[in-house]
Design a protein around this ligand. Structure first.
Ligand SMILES: Cc1ncc(COP(=O)(O)O)c(C=O)c1O
Ligand SMILES: [Zn+2]
Length: 452
C-alpha cells in the first residue's frame, strides 16, 4: 500500500497546468457529508510511468508515494528504491527491437518517469565494443567493453543525473546540490543547465581539472573542499555539502543514494548490455566500484529482466577496486555483510576513492546473489592496463575505469573464467577525463615517439 503523508488530502489536476490542486477535506461526522476546502497552494504534479508505483525503503521495506517521499525513507532514513508493478509493464524485447537505439529513455516503461518528461541530453545507447586482443590475453571467447565514455559529459554519471534531474524538476526544485568525486558533479552541472536549475557542486580538491572546469563552464557554483591534514577525500566535500544543505533547506539533493533515482538511471547500462548481447547473459560483468551505484542499478535491472522472462539468469557482477582503497573487496573476502571504513586511502583513481561506501551491504548482496565476486589491483596495474588497452585495442578508458580492465585480467589469471566465456568490462568514463594521470604514467622511458 502507498502511504500518503497527507491523508486528508486529495489532488485534482489543475486545468491548463502541469500541477495538482490540493483539495483537503474534513471528514464529516456520520450522516454528514465531508466538507471540502481548496488549498491555496499548489503541489507539483509528478508525471510518472504507469507501472512505477512507489519508492520502497531497502531497510524497513515500507512503500511510499514518490510525490512526497522525495529522498530518504521518511520513517527510518533508509535508501529508497523505485518499485514497479511488473505485471503492468507493457514492454517486450520485440518492441525494443523496433525502437531506435538512441538513448536510455527507450526503456521508459522500466523507469520512473516517461521520456516526454525527461531532462535529457540523449545519454545512454553507448557502444559495446569487441576487444579480441584482450579476449586472447584473458583466454576467453569474447571481451566486450561497454563504452560509457561516449555519454554527453563523458561518463555513465549522465544516466544517473538525467533520472535524478528529472525527479528534481518534477518535484518543483529550483536549486540542486550534491557532493561528488568529480564526474557526477560535472554531469549534474550539465543537466541542471539543461533543466534551467541552479546547481551547487561540492568536490574534493583531488577532483580532476576537467571535472572542476566543466562544472563551472556549465554555470554551476563550484565549492572545492579544503583537504584536512593535507589529505583530500570525498568526505571533505561531503561535510561542506552537508553544512550548505543545512543552511539552504530549499535545496534539492541529487547526491548518491540520497535521491532514489541515480541507481535507477544507471540500471539502463545493464538493459543495454543484455539487449546488445541478444539477451544472452554474459558470464561476468566487471565494474569499477566506488559507492556501487552503477553496480546496484545494473544488478537490479538484471533481476528485472529475469522477472519479466527476458533472460533466465542474473549477470555475475564483479566489483573491481584499487588495492589502495578496497573496502568492498575486503568485506567480500572476509565474508562480511558490510565494509569497514578505510582511514587511509592511496589511489590516483578518484572515482573509486570511496573509503566509506554507505551502500556496501547492498553491493555485497548483489555480488553474492549474482554469483560474481570482487577483485583489487594496484594503481600500477590499473594504469598499465589503461595504456595497454589504448595501445592494443585503440580504446580510451579513464584511470578509474581501468580498474575494471586490470581487475578482469586478474580474475582471468586466477581462473575465474572459462575459454567459452563472454566477459563485459564497464568503461565508466572517457580516457580524456584523466589525461594528466595517464600521460604521467607513461614516464620518460616507456615511449616509442621520437619527439618526446
Ligand atoms: C569514472 C567513474 N567510474 C566509477 C565510479 C564509481 O561509481 P559507483 O558509485 O557507481 O561505484 C565513479 C564515481 O565517481 C566514476 O567517476
Ligand atoms: Zn525505512
Amino acid at each position: 500500500m502507498i502511504r500518503s503523508r497527507t491523508p486528508n488530502c486529495q489532488r485534482v489536476p489543475s486545468p491548463g497546468t502541469s500541477r495538482w490542486h490540493v483539495v483537503s477535506f474534513l471528514p464529516g461526522e456520520s450522516g454528514i457529508a465531508p466538507t471540502f476546502k481548496y488549498d491555496t497552494c499548489y503541489q507539483t504534479y509528478v508525471q510518472t510511468t504507469s507501472a512505477f508505483h512507489g519508492v520502497r525503503c531497502i531497510d524497513c521495506e515500507e512503500l511510499f508515494d514518490p510525490e512526497t517521499a522525495t529522498h530518504r525513507c521518511p520513517d527510518c532514513g533508509g535508501i529508497l528504491d523505485p518499485a514497479y508493478d511488473y505485471d503492468a509493464i507493457d514492454l517486450t524485447p520485440e518492441t525494443l527491437e523496433s525502437r531506435p537505439f538512441d538513448s536510455m529513455w527507450r526503456y521508459e516503461e522500466l523507469l520512473p518517469f516517461p521520456k516526454d518528461a525527461a531532462v535529457t541530453l540523449d545519454e545512454g545507447a553507448t557502444a559495446l565494443v569487441e576487444c579480441p586482443t584482450l579476449a586472447d590475453e584473458m583466454g576467453v571467447d569474447r571481451v566486450l567493453l561497454k563504452d560509457e565514455g561516449r555519454n554527453p559529459t563523458g561518463t555513465f554519471k549522465d544516466r544517473g543525473q538525467a533520472a535524478a534531474m528529472t525527479a528534481a524538476v518534477q518535484h518543483g526544485a529550483t536549486d540542486i546540490a550534491l557532493a561528488s568525486a568529480g564526474n557526477a558533479g560535472q554531469a549534474a552541472a550539465a543537466y541542471a543547465a539543461r533543466a534551467g536549475l541552479d546547481a551547487h557542486v561540492f568536490l574534493p580538491q583531488r577532483a580532476g581539472f576537467t571535472q572542476k572546469a566543466q562544472t563551472e563552464v556549465h554555470g554551476a557554483t563550484l565549492d572545492v573542499a579544503h583537504p584536512i591534514d593535507g589529505d583530500s577525500q570525498i568526505g571533505n566535500a561531503g561535510d561542506a555539502y552537508a553544512e550548505a544543505m543545512e543552511n539552504n533547506p530549499d535545496w534539492y539533493s541529487n547526491k548518491t543514494f540520497v535521491t532514489p533515482y541515480r541507481h535507477e538511471g544507471k540500471k539502463t547500462m545493464a538493459l543495454e548490455i543484455l539487449e546488445q548481447c541478444d539477451w544472452e547473459v554474459p558470464d561476468g560483468v566487471v565494474y569499477p566500484t566506488g559507492g556501487g551505484v552503477g553496480l546496484i542499478g545494473m544488478h537490479k535491472a538484471a533481476q528485472e529482466c529475469v522477472d519479466l522472462g527476458w533472460t533466465d539468469e542474473l549477470m555475475p557482477m564483479y566489483a573491481a577496486q584499487s588495492s589502495g582503497c578496497a573496502p568492498v573487496v575486503d568485506a567480500y573476502e572476509r565474508g562480511a555483510d558490510r565494509h569497514e571504513p578505510w582511514e587511509q586511502i592511496e589511489t590516483v583513481c578518484g572515482g573509486i576513492a570511496i573509503p566509506d561506501p554507505g551502500a556496501s551491504p547492498w553491493i555485497l548482496d548483489a555480488l553474492r546473489e549474482s554469483d560474481g565476486g570482487a577483485v583489487a589491483t594496484s594503481d600500477e596495474e590499473i594504469l598499465d592496463s589503461a595504456i595497454e588497452i589504448a595501445r592494443k585495442e585503440g580504446l580510451e578508458v579513464g584511470a578509474t575505469c581501468a580498474a575494471a580492465v586490470s581487475g578482469a585480467l586478474k580474475l582471468a589469471e586466477e581462473g575465474e573464467f572459462d575459454s567459452d566465456d563472454t566477459v563485459v568490462i564497464l568503461n565508466t568514463g572517457a580516457g580524456n577525463k584523466d589525461i594528466d594521470v595517464l600521460r604521467s604514467h607513461l614516464g620518460d622511458t616507456n615511449t616509442t615517439s621520437p619527439e618526446r
